[in-house]
Design a protein around this ligand. Structure first.
Ligand code: Z5A
Length: 212
């Protein structure tokens, strides 16, 4: 049976990396075979594209160049990791996917969604995540958490308004696709966030079992 595709999303510092470990232990308890991966990245070539995208540089990066690099990495990732693993029956847990493109390039960079939808059709051939957890916190809190952790990358050097648009982008994706997306209030203490994530995963598990 084909595996399930779970993605985790949100603005800077929402706690994706922190909570992925918890999701991995949930999958282990369920005795599900899985791979954990990320975007941009996930294969050696796509990780090189990630470096290109995240490294701060003097040359401005044209929005369309940024968008095409995101999808170039995604095509490679889908071809070498996501599709083969799902076909084998493994679950794929991915830190960011195409919702990030709609939120960051579509909303954050004001590129809109039409071109992204065309690229999505070209590259993904209809593939969408089965479950997306969107961790949501006020932008200022996320940026504070992220800045305490590491030096800012090229995206983290953006202004507050950019991240406000990204956050609204995510919330409108969730509102438009409530069967797939679960918004988690990630401003709560970590244990509470994990309880909410666990509830979302348990509900997804129950509905997957019921439909199989
Ligand atoms: N990007 C894009 O533009 N378009 C696309 O299509 C894709 C991506 C796929 C790289 O992503 C960049 O690529 C990203 C968007 C863009 N922009 N940036 N930057 P990334 O996922 O690798 O990078 P990130 O968003 O910066 O993730 P992050 O900084 O690693 O944040 P995080 O993983 O969500 O947070 P964290 O490291 O788990 O937590 C941050 C800190 O908060 C850490 O010290 C934790 O201990 C702390 N924390 C976490 N949860 C809590 C709670 N509940 N309470 C208190 N403290 C907490």
């Amino acid at each position: 049976m084909r595996g399930k595709f779970i993605t985790i999303e949100g603005t800077e510092g929402v706690g994706k990396t922190t909570n992925i470990e918890f999701i991995q232990s949930w999958l282990e308890q369920k005795k599900v075979g899985f791979v954990c991966t990320r975007e941009p990245g996930g294969t050696p070539l796509a990780e090189q594209i990630r470096e290109l995208l995240l490294t701060p540089r003097e040359e401005t990066v044209a929005g369309i160049a940024e968008l095409l690099l995101m999808f170039a990495g995604r095509a490679q990732h889908l071809h070498h990791v996501i599709e083969p693993e799902l076909t084998k029956g493994a679950w794929v847990l991915c830190d960011r996917f195409t919702d990030a493109t709609y939120a960051y390039q579509g909303a954050g960079r004001n590129m809109g969604s039409d071109l992204i939808t065309q690229l999505e059709m070209l590259v993904q051939n209809g593939l969408k995540p089965d479950l997306t957890l969107i961790l949501d916190i006020p932008v200022a809190l996320g940026l504070k958490r992220a800045s305490e952790r590491s030096k800012p990358d090229r995206f983290e050097q953006e202004q507050l308004e950019f991240f406000e648009r990204v956050r609204q982008g995510y919330l409108s994706i969730a509102a438009g696709d409530p069967d797939r997306c679960v918004v988690i209030d990630a401003s709560k203490p970590l244990n509470d966030v994990r309880t909410d994530i666990c509830a979302a995963l348990d509900a997804f598990w129950a509905s997957s079992e019921a439909s199989s």
